[in-house]
Design a protein around this ligand. Structure first.
Ligand code: SF4
Length: 319
């Protein structure tokens, strides 16, 4: 995946490969601009110009979504793959009542009467904790948390098998954020959909997800089940991210560690490991050879990382 610029294509996501199983919650984490939202939008082919998909596959039940024509991919969106964005106001139409927006989505995809669609819309608002009595509200008449819940109701309207959450609660205060995530998790258990959860907040991902994949400068650098990743991160970048995050359950500390430097310019990425310029542990080989994803010594096969600190003499394992 790349972005068109005056100087040509800038590759934003490169050779990222991962699997998401039915009913699994996978977190995608990294600094701003690392490519995590680009990946999330690419899955249902919602990237807009100047972004372009330059290659690869998105296999959903064995079908490559990148090979579908426009009508076929529109049928997959919302029915099979739904999205919730950071700011619900961008997803909701400000001049339409919530009921109209839900009914539109339902009737566009399912052959049901207006009455049946309205009944389903009411059930969806009940499901996300708003209550059907707000069906006739306009988005501006709802609080930020309620708007985000309405956006979740629209996303779940067709019972999708995959819900992509792109920083869904970042704009909300921590109490509302917690309430919405708890509700999302119980809905996920009840309805069984898989989730791709994009966030820069590793502590939040560790609580909400089954597995976390770390992206740095457009590349996957580590992937592991959530708690082993938190307790035993192997990649120096993941460790730096964790050191820079407030620990909600540990001892209070007046200062947090940080990550020195900035990510590389993706229009001319460095050879070897892209983190080398910022890595305190860099070896001579790091500047010339790209590390591949492999389990570090002693880790389970489900924990893989791309780093020259660990043996690189096996065939790459996909996350
Ligand atoms: Fe650091 Fe080298 Fe590992 Fe990259 S490959 S994270 S530079 S030790």
């Amino acid at each position: 995946m790349a972005y068109e610029s005056r100087d040509g294509l800038v590759t934003a996501v490169d050779r990222v490969s991962f699997a998401l199983r039915p009913g699994e919650i996978l977190g995608l984490a990294g600094e701003s601009g690392c490519g995590k939202s680009t990946i999330a939008l690419a899955l249902p082919r919602l990237l807009r110009s100047p972004a372009v998909i330059t290659g690869g596959e998105v296999l959903f039940d064995g079908t490559d979504l990148l090979a579908l024509d426009d009508a076929a991919i529109r049928a997959v969106r919302w029915r099979d793959i739904a999205l919730v964005f950071q700011n619900a106001m961008n997803a909701l139409n400000p001049v339409l009542r919530i009921s109209a927006q839900l009914v539109d989505v339902i009737r566009h995809h399912d052959k049901v009467s207006a009455e049946q669609a309205r009944e389903r819309a009411g059930g969806l608002l009940d499901l996300v904790g708003i209550g059907r009595d707000r069906l006739r509200a306009y988005p501006h008449q709802l609080s930020g948390g309620m708007r985000q819940r309405a956006a979740i109701a629209i996303a779940l309207a067709l019972r999708p098998r995959l819900v992509v959450l792109d920083e869904p609660t970042t704009a909300l205060d921590v109490v509302v954020q917690r309430e919405i995530l708890d509700e999302l998790k119980s809905l996920q258990r009840e309805l069984g959909f898989a989730v791709l959860f994009v966030s820069h907040d590793l502590e939040l991902l560790a609580e909400f997800t089954d597995r976390i994949a770390i992206i740095y400068a457009g590349r996957l650098v580590e992937s592991a089940p959530a708690l082993p990743l938190l307790d035993g991160a192997a990649h120096p970048y993941t460790r730096g991210l964790l050191a820079a995050s407030p620990d909600l359950h540990g001892r209070r500390s007046a200062t947090r560690g940080g990550l020195p430097g900035t990510p590389p310019d993706l229009s001319a990425p460095p050879p070897g490991c892209r983190f080398a310029d910022r890595c305190e542990k860099a070896l001579a080989v790091c500047g010339t050879a790209e590390p591949v994803m492999l389990p570090p010594p002693g880790a389970a096969a489900t924990h893989v990382t791309a780093c020259h600190l660990y043996p690189q003499d096996a065939q790459e394992v996909h996350a």
